[in-house]
Design a protein around this ligand. Sequence first.
Ligand SMILES: Nc1ncnc2c1ncn2[C@@H]1O[C@H](COP(=O)(O)OP(=O)(O)OP(=O)(O)O)[C@@H](O)[C@H]1O
Length: 364
Amino acid sequence: MDHVFLATAYGLLFFLSLTGIITFWVFRCRKPKITQLVSTTTQLPSITTVDQSASFDPNLKFSMTKLRAATKNFSPEFIIGGGSFGTVYKAQLSNGVTVAIKRLNPDAFKGFREFWAEMVTLGMLHHPNIAKIFGYCFSGSDRLLIYEFFQNGSLDRWLHLEQEQEQEQEQDVDTLTLSWGTRIQIVKGVASGLFFLHSLDKPIAHQDIESRIVFLDSDFQAHICDFGHARRIDTSTSYASTQSAGTLGYCYMPPEYKAGLTTATLEADVYSFGILMFEIATGKRPNLPTLLDGEEVGIVEWARKMLAQDKHMQMVDASILTEGGLIEAHVKEYFEIAEMCTSEIKRERPTMAKVFRLLNPIPM
Ligand SMILES: Nc1ncnc2c1ncn2[C@@H]1O[C@H](COP(=O)(O)OP(=O)(O)OP(=O)(O)O)[C@@H](O)[C@H]1O
């Protein structure tokens, strides 16, 4: 009898241990959930998970159901724009916060890379001139990124589109013109955001600096968006270990990229920033040639020749020249900084720390 009892007890013990070991391994080997993936690989701060959604802001919670409700099931009336990766909707959350929802195309392979890159980079960064990402949502093939909403939209619209439309309609252009002071404020904001990115322990090259990715809030403060192509720079080599996506608009692209360099560098951001400075102050589209002495030239060549002839005041956007009160010394200083940033030689370009310092004395 004792033998029977002992055999049963050992059998039960063996069975329970085996079940325990199997259960342990099944759980250990299961694919990590999205939320685990995010928190273990990027150590994002205070992520609250709701199903397959996450919020980087403890005060905001998202779910696909809530976002569908806020956009009446992504009705066209909520669309505010579209890019190569998807459609952007404006929505008001139940707590009153207005957000921009980027719904990535389900079939865009690049969209998935962009989704992760953008989320993990932006989710960790906190700076007044870097756009906030509030969170994300997954549902089947639906991928949503939730950003703070910028009332005044993108800078390129203010510099080019709105004015062109107004001119076509022969309306009062002045109402849509950015003043010199506002332009300086925008330039300083972008410089501050880039300086922040470049001075992190592991610096980040944004890789896509242009007027299209600068968004303006209700006070015309600049916010850098679109981190889909951003790369961490290896400080020992001064470039990113992964290849640059090479997606910069051609006119913002430094000469070394045009010559075939494919690694992301901070100097490339500085070059693009210099082009942006020219664009902001002159109102010229950097992708269009300018006629100079009967010859069509690019924006950098045009600017260099004009500056060499001390024609800096003639470079300023005609719509702000009428403002009056523009101080010539400041205009000159401004263009000289832009010229330094767009140096053909990479190592001659200033760091963003220096650019930020040089811009400081120019009043807004
Ligand atoms: N946070 C935001 N606040 C206000 N409007 C926005 C916001 N994000 C996007 N938009 C609007 O949606 C448009 C499209 O933005 P999106 O970033 O998807 O595309 P893009 O940058 O123009 O193109 P691509 O995705 O090809 O780089 C913008 O031009 C802007 O009008």
